[in-house]
Design a protein around this ligand. Structure first.
Ligand SMILES: Cc1cc2nc3c(=O)[nH]c(=O)nc-3n(C[C@H](O)[C@H](O)[C@H](O)COP(=O)(O)OP(=O)(O)OC[C@H]3O[C@@H](n4cnc5c(N)ncnc54)[C@H](O)[C@@H]3O)c2cc1C
Length: 392
């Protein structure tokens, strides 16, 4: 067993560091650290454009689709370095849509969509959940009916995050109502969110972040925008969710927040002594430090599986639960260490760590169900990971 990177990978890591040292500005880090997780500000957009120009959003894709044909390990090195620099680039298009298009799209779709995704020109919002279809996603009722070269789509999606900020919806809709097995009548579409008949309404979350509801009223979508075979969408969604779970775990950069807390306790005095000398503070930080390291190892294990061409399933569920519950523990321990100051919001000049703990405390709540609830994740682990009987 060898945990170290090889010479070529270390060279690439250095190349990434050199590039990031040149392009990452304090404003980009600031926007990511103090900003909102579901909103992309001007500095983050600029970084995305620069990384796209460099060809590093799609490092591992074949060259004919806008990629660089590099080994998958390079993608994880790149992502890890971005986290180290406190920035992020690449959203659902790169992480979720592209892998499915690559595996199940037509040649025409790959040539048309992948290069634009690789350059960071187009981005997607995920349109799975409906008011009556969350965990039980197979119950979704948004209807797509074939009409010549188009489908006509009617229905309502909820929690389509970033739909108000991006150009396209990655939409799951029912194409067969007669099929008794609900999951066998679903298809996937790429929909231009500016199509006539679409209305997007904002929904404010407890963390003051926006997600949306998207309404479809007789929306015409070209049949060539259907991904994969008709009625097979469920299987593509399941695959896409495995990719999503291993990536959404990095929405919050818990490592960096823990580093920030450690620095804060060294610099801040209480009753004349640094907080870092308080046994309670040290216990809390040590526990977070252990867990941050475990998350890193779980992340590399999932990455390694992907590099072997294996879609991580149980491993992605383990990583998502551990990572997102860690975010919640970071927020809780952060609250305890910062005391009353922890309640100050981003924007307050008195807020320690720019208010990130206060924001994370509210934001991290929904991480236990966004991308699949943790009860569902534990059900997957119980049946597929531990071999317990499946419940019907
Ligand atoms: C801020 C935010 C952003 C989101 N972004 C997106 C997005 O971009 N695109 C998208 O499509 N969706 C998105 N979601 C939706 C998310 O995926 C769903 O909230 C999630 O799948 C749970 O569905 P639900 O909210 O309908 O809850 P429900 O399915 O009604 O579940 C409610 C509770 O019951 C539990 N439960 C339900 N069924 C079972 C069962 N069989 N066994 C055990 N426990 C069960 C759940 O675990 C949960 O605790 C987002 C949600 C939020 C809050």
């Amino acid at each position: 067993m060898d945990f170290a990177f090889g010479e070529k990978e270390e060279e690439f890591r250095q190349e990434v560091r050199d590039f990031l040292s040149e392009v990452v500005t304090p404003e980009m880090v600031e926007e990511r650290a103090g900003g909102k997780y579901y909103e992309r500000g001007p500095h983050s957009k600029e970084l995305m454009r620069k990384v796209g120009e460099k060809g590093w959003l799609a490092l591992t894709w074949p060259k004919e689709y806008g990629g660089q044909g590099r080994p998958l390990g390079d993608r994880f090195i790149f992502a890890a370095e971005m986290l180290n620099y406190g920035v992020a680039a690449g959203g659902s298009g790169i992480a979720i849509v592209a892998p499915i298009l690559m595996r199940h799209g037509t040649e025409e779709q790959k040539k048309e969509w992948l290069p634009k995704i690789a350059r960071g020109e187009i981005e997607f919002s995920l349109g799975y959940t409906e008011p009556d279809a969350g965990t039980d996603l197979a119950s979704l009722q948004t209807r797509a009916v074939r009409d010549g070269d188009d489908y006509i789509i009617n229905g309502q999606k909820v929690y389509s995050t970033m739909a108000h900020q991006v150009g396209y919806h990655w939409l799951a809709a029912r194409t067969n109502v007669d099929e008794p097995k609900k999951h066998k009548g679903i298809s996937l579409f790429m929909v231009d969110l500016k199509s006539p008949g679409i209305t997007i309404r904002p929904l404010k979350t407890i963390a003051d972040e926006l997600t949306t509801e998207v309404f479809y009223d007789n929306v015409r979508v070209p049949a060539k925008n259907r991904v994969g075979e008709e009625n097979q969408g469920w299987y593509y969604i399941a695959e896409a969710l495995d990719f999503e779970r291993s990536l959404v775990v990095n929405i919050v950069n818990s490592e960096r927040i823990v580093e920030g807390l450690i620095e804060y306790t060294k610099e801040t005095k209480h009753k004349g002594r640094p907080l870092a000398e308080d046994p309670f503070v040290r216990q809390g930080l040590a526990q977070l430090w252990i867990e941050v390291n475990i998350k890193r190892l779980l992340g590399w294990r999932t990455a390694w599986l992907e590099s072997q061409g294996i879609v991580p399933n149980v491993e992605a569920a383990v990583l998502k639960i551990f990572g997102h519950e860690l975010d919640q523990r970071v927020a809780k321990t952060g609250m305890e260490i910062l005391g009353l100051y922890a309640q100050l919001e981003p924007g307050s000049k008195w807020a320690p760590l720019k208010g990130i703990i206060e924001h994370l405390y509210r934001f991290a709540i929904h991480l236990s169900y966004g991308g699949g609830s943790h009860e569902l994740m534990r059900t997957i682990i119980a049946s597929r990971g531990m071999g317990l009987p499946r419940l019907h």
